[in-house]
Design a protein around this ligand. Structure first.
Ligand code: PNW
Length: 451
């Protein structure tokens, strides 16, 4: 395909990692193929009221059967790396007990395909699809699930640890806890603040146990975690708005960072949680507070904090996405610079997700998505500012390679730089994919001139 005429200037470091990201449940489909067990998302989708368009993940992008084509697309874009997740219930159908060789076989083939194409694999162990068998035992409310997770991490590291560049334990534990147990937008669909906070502790514990188990194996992979992060801005200068923003930052960002980097929960959030504070056992923080090799940071928007009724809306000077999320690139450097100041031991950072949903705009075989290109460009310019200010950022993964199952929004929200026609499973590069390809190619040209 001929690229639209883009002007670009890729002034990132020559060894910066350019990637795309997906997750297992959102793209794989093949929900019961080759011995895969059900996950809590298979279960959650059975209640049609949970998903806006009543859809589910049984087929999704059929990536399980089309991974070769999808890797081929990535190769054609020239990406350096691919961030994907493994479906725990594919490799251990019940979440405990026997391993499923056919399930491991899929990831083995995927890794081969990627490595053959020179695309470096970045794997996430848990992107929300808990085996239903573990949910039946209490899921993340059951402390034992953290130990089951460590067993799973150990096995993945043992089998694949030398072929994966980076392994993240969790994707966005904030979402698992708050959307899964706080407001029931996500599986398992519980509404209970106290439980959501206990779950967040078990997630952090499971991260620590998994880190330990994987370190024990050794292996070349860098080990870390992926958090969704934002700055929290008060809507006005009022005392109430400022207090709200401070608490919001503490309960969402510091809540996951402080245990890992400082070995305790943030005081302000603990106090605010009061009787809902989690049960923590002696030694838990020693398990959680371990050196991580990288921090994955997912950035989509800032948190806008207004204590007024009705709340003062965000200015949204750069518009909002199809998700209704305010576009605010300025928040990215603000966040990263703040993290660097707050956590002196901050390891190298990867932006493991960033991107936007916009409506389907197929026109004569072309998909024009200028808003997505503008979104990515503005966030990359902002990211460069953070790097110029001294934040050690090593890579950027655009969310997402493909239009896919957007959780409780079903297929109605499209995040892909590659369009998927779900009736035919046909993939079409959107203008944003063509732009990304040229952007990466500009770096490659510059590197060739240098050497
Ligand atoms: C992330 N929030 O989800 C996930 O990692 C992806 O699987 C998902 O497709 C992508 O972002 C787009 O939604 C989030 O409400 C979902 O704050 C919700 C929130 C944040 C991230």
């Amino acid at each position: 395909t001929k690229s639209p005429n883009f002007d670009f200037n890729n002034d990132f470091p020559s060894d910066f990692t350019w990637g795309v990201a997906t997750s297992s449940f959102q793209i794989e489909g093949a929900h019961d193929v080759d011995g895969k067990g059900p996950s809590i998302w298979d279960t959650f989708c059975k209640d049609k009221a949970n998903i806006k368009d009543g859809s589910d993940g049984t087929v999704a992008c059929d990536h399980y059967h089309r991974y070769r084509e999808d890797v081929e697309i990535m190769a054609s874009l020239g990406v350096d790396a691919y961030r994907f997740s493994m479906a725990w219930a594919r490799v251990q159908p019940d979440g405990k007990g026997a391993w499923n060789e056919a399930g491991f076989g899929f990831y083995d083939r995927l890794l081969d395909e990627l490595l053959d194409r020179g695309i470096r694999p970045h794997a996430t162990l848990y992107h929300w699809d808990l085996p239903q068998g573990l949910q039946d035992d209490g899921g993340w409310m059951n402390r034992d699930t953290a130990h089951r997770f460590a067993d799973y991490a150990h096995e993945v590291a043992r089998r694949f640890g030398n072929r994966i560049e980076a392994i993240a334990t969790h994707n966005e534990p904030w979402c698992t806890a708050n959307l899964g147990y706080g407001n029931a937008q996500f599986a398992p669909g519980v509404v209970d603040l106290k439980q959501s906070i206990q779950v967040s502790h078990h997630l952090l514990l499971s991260h620590g146990l998994a880190m330990r188990a994987m370190r024990e194996v050794g292996g070349a992979a860098q080990l870390g975690i992926v958090l969704n992060q934002w700055t929290a801005d008060p809507a006005t200068g009022s005392e109430a708005d400022r207090a709200m923003a401070e608490f919001e930052y503490a309960r969402s960002v510091q809540w996951f960072m402080d245990p890992i980097f400082k070995g305790h929960y943030p005081e302000l959030a603990l106090r605010g949680h009061g009787a809902n504070a989690p049960q923590v056992r002696d030694g838990d923080f020693d398990i959680i507070k371990q050196k991580i090799d990288f921090l994955g940071s997912n950035y989509y928007f800032r948190s806008w904090c207004s204590a007024a009724t009705p709340p003062v809306p965000p200015p949204a000077r750069h518009g909002v996405t199809d998700m209704g999320w305010e576009i605010f690139p300025e928040g990215l450097p603000e966040l990263l610079i703040k993290l660097k100041a707050e956590y002196p031991d901050l390891p190298p950072v990867y932006i493991t997700e960033n991107g936007m949903a916009n409506p389907d705009l197929v026109e004569n075989g072309r998909v024009h998505d200028p808003a997505r290109i503008a979104y990515v460009r503005s966030h990359l310019a902002a990211l460069k500012e953070a790097m110029d200010a001294g934040v050690d950022v090593r890579g950027y993964f655009l969310w997402s390679l493909l239009d896919n199952f957007e959780w409780n929004s079903g297929y109605a929200k499209r995040f892909g730089i590659v369009h998927v026609d779900y009736a035919t499973q046909q993939r079409t590069l959107k203008d944003s994919a063509l732009w990304y390809r040229e952007f990466i190619a500009a770096r490659n040209r510059a590197n060739r001139i240098k050497t």
